[in-house]
Design a protein around this ligand. Sequence first.
Ligand code: IMP
Ligand code: MG
Length: 196
Amino acid sequence: MSWAVQDYREYLEEILIPEEQLQQRIAELAAEISRDYEGKLPLLICILRGGVMFLTDLIRYLTIPHEIDFMAIESYGKGRREPGEVRLTMDLHTSIRGRHVILVEDIIDTGNTVAQVLEMLRVRHPKSLKVCALLDKAERREVPVPIHYRGFEIPNKFVFGYGLDMDGYWRNLPFIAVPDLNRYRPPKPLPQEDED
Ligand code: IMP
Ligand code: MG
């Protein structure tokens, strides 16, 4: 099946955080983490899929030995952009018992997702558990969550790029952007062709 995907430039309202600013802040966060976790071999856990770009850039700036692992969750109970309860769809490969764990997230909005993931991780008895979030939509918070390492506080606007998607697309953009949703057309399937 082929899909018609609209070019993001047609609905780009503004670039909220340009690439240089993102990279500079991520390097600062990594320097802080490198200082705080000297000698501690932290395990960085990335929640798929939005956090992937952030994790991979963040660890390139780390100067201490560390490990990474991934987990995937699915929100259900409400619409896709209004997460309710979350369910684990892919578990970690590593045991976190006795480990210094850093949960790496793309964005904290209502706080629901991270609060529930932290609960899931806490019962596995890590030695310590901290949160590193690139973006914080603080105004939207419903559930309080501790953010130990925060990239940027952003206004209450939907954003995409740098791991965050528009219906699955444009995660590859090196900046954080705001779409004009009035100009946005969700991807739709193209009529089937006979040959590939
Ligand atoms: P929360 O549970 O409300 O904190 O939402 C967290 C999740 O919602 C994030 O991990 C994202 O997957 C998604 N999310 C929230 N705001 C945005 C946004 O502006 N753009 C893309 N995804 C978002
Ligand atoms: Mg996410």
